[in-house]
Every structure is written in structure tokens, then in C-alpha cells.
Design a protein. Structure first.
Length: 791
DNA sequence: AAAGCGGTACTTTTT
DNA sequence: GTACCGCTTT
């Protein structure tokens, strides 16, 4: 072990071997931060610390996975397995499951993601009959989230004079009420959102000293990665757990804090000094990643920030090329200029396309870039977008899983009760909802005994509801009897989801089908990938319940990683992503696009110094991703929200030191000018300071373009037959003329075969598979089907 | 039940 | 420009 210390420079070595007492490591970009963390863990193990006594907290699953793998390669892999290493959320979700009853939650509580949460909030706003412009779900959520991250409970929120005044002044006096109802509903559903995982951990550690003591003993060595990104709630958990022996090591870089908008608090770095006066500070200042010009240009940028910890990042790498700055006429030119540039560099230097990254401030910018890359036939990979687990079809299946595991889960219940359609529509659901709200019972409870609660359902609805309840109960009985994959298969088959997506031939359905297949193979992998862990009996089997716990805190990136490992051919592609997504990554050639005022820095952030400094740190992060060459591009005009707008070059371009910058002539362009925290108390003060969102002070200069001439003539699609387009009369049919297998003709969908019939009289419905349009459910009252042939 | 229409709003987002 | 929502029509 001692010889691996040779891989480290002096301050890195100190950061690794100073194991006892509080340690803070300020790690400049590219200075080997991850290396220090992994070596420190390996070092602790090598001096005899038991792996289960080490708690290592990261912000992403990816970071924790990488760290675990790297530790495993340095030392005994079996030891690496029993480390407490993971994201804040996953580690404390695990802890909460073990201790849930203490805070009145069942241990099978559901974790709501942002999507579920938004649905719930939207429903509450609607129920309260509030205007969803004043109370936009996104705003309400961010307000609640900020409160929770600063440990302000519902009670504290509603009792606090200043917060109340603020809300009244901004004419949103009901925020406190919404917060209160939201928390009630989560609890009723036995659900926690992401912020609750941390909030409730704080409650647990505050109210149960014996629990706190237990975990203080267990986690005798604590490491925290990306400390600059911790919020108050996370900060306090760490502080409490470390209070006993203070063997705590935090690693971060204040210059790379780019998540303050989500509640991260750089103050936590500065507070470290106060909390642990005898702490040791190590600064990693040697950059191993970038050229001198890049490092110096980046230093020059960050020097414009007032809030920072002094450090001098330097490198012994070659001087390299100056940072390039290029001006183009518009976003199309920008895209094609940089695309041909990438093409020529890779051709000249025989580089794989994976050496290049194109970064942008907002996802919307990717389109023009993608188009240019496609035109040039350059392979690329785009990061971000809709997460696998967020896709509708995947969420639908997962909602069944959630309901099986936790029938109290209201969001899941509402999501699946009529999917696939089983005649339990809006009317039935609102009846159930009103009973549930009136009696305070869960929807599930009411659905199980509709008669007892006088839900007022018709016999038909009652029958269907009973079928549905029985179906879910049946799955529930199997939860611990069959493995996750088998149960998943049963759910797909017996609920009709499989039929719903698989009999339909439309392109969209094929896509959805593939995603469902992917989910299934995920289940299969999960049940078969039983790692050789200690204490396994032949009975051991991985259940759906475990699967859901596993994926609850996974994100898009994690799924992609997995897929990538399977497919492999992604190595030769240009990477496109937001700067946020690029954090922690490095590329030989980096293009930073859209360096324009109001875009980067974002118009939303130019109102306050704090927010502007965050944008600047973002620019710093972008620059320091580059190993060999960083190129900054901007456009004179950009098509935004359907309008052309004129753009000013970003102020960050002016801040680039000319000594390290090369202003290239773009396509036909001229040059540019050049305290002791008493638990929940302190959060209140911090929260108030935050106040409400800043109003933008400046409007982008915009001209309204005369609308471009509509490119398509008024359409005359072939499928858009009018009744008089040579078709015979479509008479209204009565259901009894149809049977399974009847061939029918539809005005728009053409010919098809009846595969199902339901309902009678007014609401008779037929399920028809059309040759060209796939499966449709049609209300016969409107569909005007014509019988072509029987049988 | 599903499609079509018109109005509206829009950053970043590890969990 | 487009994605999304709610309302209307079939």
C-alpha cells in the first residue's frame, strides 16, 4: 500500500494519510480530486479500518460507482463491497428504511421522483381551486424544496412571521397551506420525495439520540465528495454523524459550485473552519489536465468573482494553444463552423470523435448543432433529455409495481386504475377521490370496500373495480413468492399492458414496446446478477420490492451508462451536453457555444451578483473541461422562441485575458473588443435571505421577424378523406352488428378488424386493429364504422 | 375515447 | 419554435 502513495504528489499524499481529525481538501479543476478520495479510502482499509466503518458520500451514482471500482482495483475487491459508499439520497434512504417505524413511516415507503411530485402538487393546486399561473407547480415545488433543504418544517413555515409576510407581499399567501397539504398527502401515500429523504434523516437523528449514537459509532470515518454542492440539510446530517470523533474529510472546489440554484450552499465550505477550528486544510493546486493557456485563462475568469477561497491553480503541462474565440453570424453558422472544424482537426490529427465535446448553456441549443453534425455525417452522442425512467410507458409499468408494493401510493393508483382502459373512468375516480378526501381514508381502502363507504358506484363500475383490486392483491400475494422478473412478466400480461403496446404496429408503439422490453431485461438482469454475497441460501431471490428500491434513486445517466457498456460502439462520437452535465468530465477539444449575453450568462441570472458569479463558475467549469484546446463561439443573431434576436458577446469573453486568448476571424467577421447551528433554527434565517426568485432586470433586445412564409402548403394528406371523397355513406352502427373478427371500414383509419367489444347502448366501444393505424378504441356513437365483411 | 385546435410559457437540474 | 394544457368535436 505504501508504494501506491508514490502515485501522489505531496499535498495529495497528505490529504490521503491524515486520517484522523477534520480535513478539508480544496481541489482545483483537474487536480486529481477523485484520485485522492479513492486512495484515501484504500489507505484507511490498509491501516485496518473495517469497510463498514467507512461512509463515503457522493452526489451522483456515477461518482460512487467509479469510486467503488477504483477502490476495488487498489485493494481487496470483497472489502470494497461492504463500504458504505453512495449518494446522500441512496445511503440515507437505506438508513431510513431500517429506522422508518420510528418516524411513523412503513419501511416500504415509496420514493416520489420530481415527476410524481409535480403531479401531486398540480392536483392539490387544482383541488384548492387556485390559479395555476400564480401558483405554478414548478414555483410551488421549488419553494417547498428550498424550505425542506433548509429544514423548515410545515409548522415553522406557517408560524414564521417573515416568511408569511414575504408570501403575502408576493401575493402567494397560500404557499404555506400548499406545503402543509402536500406533506399530508405524501404521508398518507407512505411516500417521500427526494428532499424528505434528507429532511427525515435529520428528524430521526435529532429526535432519537440512541439512533444517532449508533450511526456515529458505525461511521467512524466519513468522506464527502463535492462538498461545495451540499445543502444545509446535507451539511447538518454530516455534522451530526461526525460529531463524536470528528474523523471527517470533505473534498470540494468552491470555484466549481454550480448548483446553488438547487439549494447548494458554498457557505458550507467556509463554515467548516468554524465547526472544526483545528481542521487541516490541503490545497490541490497542480492541474494535470489542461495546458497552461487554458489553466491561466480559467484563473483569470474566476478572479472576477468576489466569493472565493484563494488558490493558485497551476500546471507544468505545455503552454499549448491559446483559447480560441470565434464570432459567427447566427446559430446555424456557429454550428457549421465548429462542425467543419471538428472534422478537419480529427482528419489532420487522426483523432477519434470522442476527443471532442460541444457544450451549451441550455438544452434547446442542441438542435442547430445536431443538424450541422448530421449534415456532415459526424457521429455524435447527446447527453440529457428525457430519462428512461421518466418515459410514460415505463412509468406506467413502474406505477403498477409501486402500487403492488405500497397500495397506499395514491399517485400510482391514479396512474394505473384506468390504464389500460378498463372502464374505470373519470366519473368513478372522482367518486372514489371525494369519498377518500371526506373520510380521510386512502383511495385504496375505499376502492377495496366501495359499498361500505357508500361510494355510490353503479354495479358495473363496482364489478370492474373489484376485478382491478383483486388483480393488484393477487400480485401483492406473489411479491415475496416469485422473483422480480417473474412478477414483472405477470404484471405485463395480466394487466393488458403487453397487449396494449404489442398489438399495435405504429412507430410510436414500437418505440414504447422497446422501452418496456428494456425494462424487462433490466428485471432479468437484476434477478440473475446475484453477486456472491455472504449468507446466501438457495432460497434467496431478488424480489420486485428490492428492484424498486434499487432503481428509485437511479437517473438517466446511470441507465445510459449501463446500455453503453452493453453496446460499446459509442466510443467514436462527439459528445453534446449542457455544461452542468459536463462537470467532472474532460475532453481534449472543447467547444463552448452560445457565449452571448442573456444566454450565457443566462438572462435569469444577471439580476444579482450571486447568480452572476454562479454563471461565471459555470464558464470556469466549461473552460477547464478542455485538455488541449478550448474554443468559445458566439453568434450575432440567434433564433429564439420563434423570433430573431440580436446578441451581444458574453461578458465572459471580455474577461478572457488577451494573453491567453486568440480571437480568430470567424466566417467573415471582425474582431471582438476586447455559528453553532441549532438544528432547524439556522435554516430559517438562510431561507429568508434567499427570498423569492429575482425578477429579470433587463430584456433581451428582440425584433419580431415577419413570420416566415409557411413552408408547407395547406395540406392534403392522403389519409384525410372527406366524407364525399368517393366513399360510400358511413352509417351509424349498432353494437350487435359487430362481432369479434368483423372487418370494418373507418373514415380516417381505413380497414381493420374488430378484436374487442365492450359496453352497451350509449357507450358501446369497439377495439379495432387497423391495417395502417394499429389498434384503436372507438366509441361507436361517433366512429361511424361500416361493416365490410363478417367473420 | 381520441384527435384537433388555440392559447401559453419557456435555465441549469447530481437525487 | 415547440411542448404542453385544456377545451371542443367527432
Amino acid at each position: 500500500m505504501t508504494d501506491i502513495l508514490k502515485d501522489l504528489n505531496k499535498p495529495q499524499q497528505q490529504a490521503v494519510t491524515t486520517t484522523d481529525g477534520p480535513v478539508m481538501v480544496i481541489a482545483g479543476a483537474g487536480s486529481g480530486k477523485t484520485r485522492v478520495l479513492t486512495y484515501r479510502v484504500a489507505y484507511l482499509l490498509s491501516i485496518g479500518i473495517a469497510p463498514y466503518n467507512i461512509l463515503a458520500l457522493t452526489f451522483t451514482n456515477k461518482a460512487s460507482r467509479e469510486m467503488r471500482e477504483r477502490v476495488a482495483s487498489l485493494i481487496d475487491p470483497s472489502k470494497a463491497k461492504s463500504l458504505w459508499m453512495g449518494t446522500f439520497h441512496s445511503i440515507f434512504a437505506r438508513l431510513l428504511r431500517a429506522e422508518a417505524p420510528k418516524i411513523d413511516y412503513p419501511s416500504n415507503f415509496t420514493i416520489y421522483d420530481t415527476d410524481d411530485t409535480k403531479r401531486l402538487i398540480r392536483n392539490i393546486i387544482k383541488e384548492q381551486q387556485l390559479d395555476d399561473k400564480t401558483y405554478s407547480p414548478a414555483y410551488v415545488l421549488s419553494r417547498i424544496s428550498h424550505a425542506k433543504n433548509n429544514l423548515i418544517s410545515v409548522e415553522a413555515y406557517n408560524e414564521d412571521f417573515e416568511i408569511q409576510t414575504q408570501d403575502i407581499q408576493s401575493r402567494k399567501p397560500k404557499l404555506g397551506l400548499l406545503y402543509s397539504i402536500y406533506q399530508q398527502r405524501l404521508r398518507k401515500a407512505s411516500a417521500m420525495d427526494f428532499d424528505d429523504l434528507l429532511f427525515n434523516t435529520n428528524v430521526l437523528l435529532r429526535d432519537f439520540p440512541e439512533v444517532l449514537y449508533k450511526y456515529q459509532q458505525r461511521f467512524s470515518y466519513i468522506l464527502v465528495d463535492e462538498y461545495q454542492d451540499t445543502n444545509y440539510s446535507q451539511y447538518l446530517i454530516v455534522k451530526k454523524l461526525a460529531a463524536n470523533n470528528e474523523n471527517i474529510c470533505v473534498v470540494g472546489d468552491d470555484a466549481q459550485s454550480i448548483y446553488a440554484f438547487r439549494g447548494a450552499n458554498i457557505q458550507n465550505i467556509l463554515n467548516f473552519k468554524k465547526d472544526y477550528p483545528e481542521y487541516k486544510l490541503f490545497k490541490l493546486e497542480q492541474n494535470y489536465r489542461s495546458t497552461q493557456h487554458i489553466v491561466n485563462a480559467a484563473n483569470g475568469i474566476i478572479a472576477n468573482n468576489k466569493d472565493q477561497i484563494f488558490k493558485k491553480v497551476w500546471t507544468s503541462n505545455e503552454a499549448g494553444e491559446k483559447v480560441h474565440v470565434v464570432k459567427t453570424a447566427n446559430e446555424g453558422d456557429e454550428a457549421s463552423w465548429l462542425t467543419s472544424r471538428i472534422f478537419s482537426i480529427q482528419a489532420n490529427d487522426q483523432l477519434p470523435y470522442s476527443s471532442f465535446a460541444i457544450l451549451y448553456r441550455t438544452n434547446a441549443q442542441s438542435r442547430a448543432l445536431e443538424e450541422a453534425l448530421r449534415r456532415m455525417n459526424i457521429p455524435y452522442r447527446i447527453f440529457g433529455g428525457i430519462s428512461f425512467y421518466q418515459r410514460k410507458e415505463v412509468k406506467d409499468v413502474l406505477a403498477y409495481f409501486r402500487l403492488i408494493i405500497n397500495p397506499m401510493d395514491e399517485d400510482a393508483f391514479l396512474r394505473v386504475i384506468n390504464f389500460p382502459a378498463r372502464g374505470l373512468g373519470q366519473t368513478t375516480v372522482s367518486k372514489l377521490l371525494s369519498v377518500a378526501n371526506d373520510t380521510g381514508k386512502s383511495l385504496w381502502e375505499v376502492a377495496c370496500n366501495p359499498t361500505d363507504y357508500n361510494a355510490g358506484l353503479h354495479a358495473g363500475a363496482r364489478g370492474k373495480l373489484e376485478q382491478f383490486v383483486t388483480l393488484i392483491k393477487g400480485f401483492g400475494a406473489l411479491l415475496f413468492k416469485v422473483n422480480a422478473f417473474e412478477l414483472g412478466e405477470k404484471v405485463l400480461n395480466l394487466t393488458g399492458i403487453r397487449r396494449f403496446y404489442f398489438e399495435d404496429g405504429s412507430a410510436e408503439s414500437i418505440n414504447r414496446r422497446e422501452n418496456i422490453e428494456e425494462l424487462l431485461s433490466g428485471l432479468k438482469e437484476f434477478v440473475s446478477a446475484r453477486p456472491e454475497e455472504e449468507g446466501e441460501t438457495e432460497h434467496s431471490m431478488r424480489t420486485l420490492d428490492e428492484f424498486m428500491q434499487d432503481i428509485a434513486l437511479l437517473t438517466d445517466v446511470d441507465v445510459k451508462e449501463k446500455r453503453q457498456n452493453n453496446t460499446s460502439d459509442d466510443s467514436n462520437k462527439v459528445s453534446l451536453m449542457t455544461i452542468h452535465a459536463a462537470k467532472g468530465l474532460e475532453f481534449p477539444y472543447v467547444f463552448i457555444t452560445g457565449a452571448e449575453e442573456n444566454l450565457f450568462p443566462s438572462i435569469m441570472s444577471i439580476g444579482s451578483r450571486e447568480e452572476l458569479e454562479e454563471e461565471r463558475r459555470l464558464f470556469y467549469v466549461a473552460l477547464t473541461r478542455a485538455m488541449k484546446l478550448a474554443t468559445v463561439t458566439y453568434a450575432e443573431t440567434r433564433f429564439k422562441y420563434g423570433n430573431f434576436s440580436f446578441c451581444e458577446p458574453s461578458r465572459f469573453i471580455d474577461e478572457l485575458d488577451p494573453e491567453h486568448t486568440n480571437f480568430l476571424a470567424g466566417p467573415g467577421m471582425k474582431k471582438v473588443q476586447t455559528k453553532t447551528i441549532d438544528d432547524f433554527g439556522n435554516g430559517l434565517a438562510r431561507f429568508k435571505k434567499l427570498g423569492h426568485a429575482n425578477q429579470p432586470t433587463k430584456k433581451p433586445e428582440q425584433i419580431t421577424s415577419q413570420k416566415l412564409v409557411n413552408q408547407h402548403p395547406p395540406h392534403q394528406t392522403k389519409n384525410n378523406l372527406t366524407p364525399d371523397a368517393g366513399q360510400t355513406d358511413f352509417s351509424i352502427l349498432t353494437p350487435d352488428m359487430l362481432q369479434i373478427n368483423t372487418m370494418v371500414q373507418h373514415q380516417r383509419f381505413g380497414t381493420g378488424t374488430v378484436v374487442g367489444l365492450e359496453g352497451g347502448a350509449q357507450n358501446a366501444k369497439a377495439t379495432v386493429v387497423f391495417k395502417n393505424f394499429g389498434k384503436k378504441q372507438l366509441l361507436l356513437k361517433f366512429a361511424r364504422l361500416k361493416v365490410i365483411s363478417q367473420q
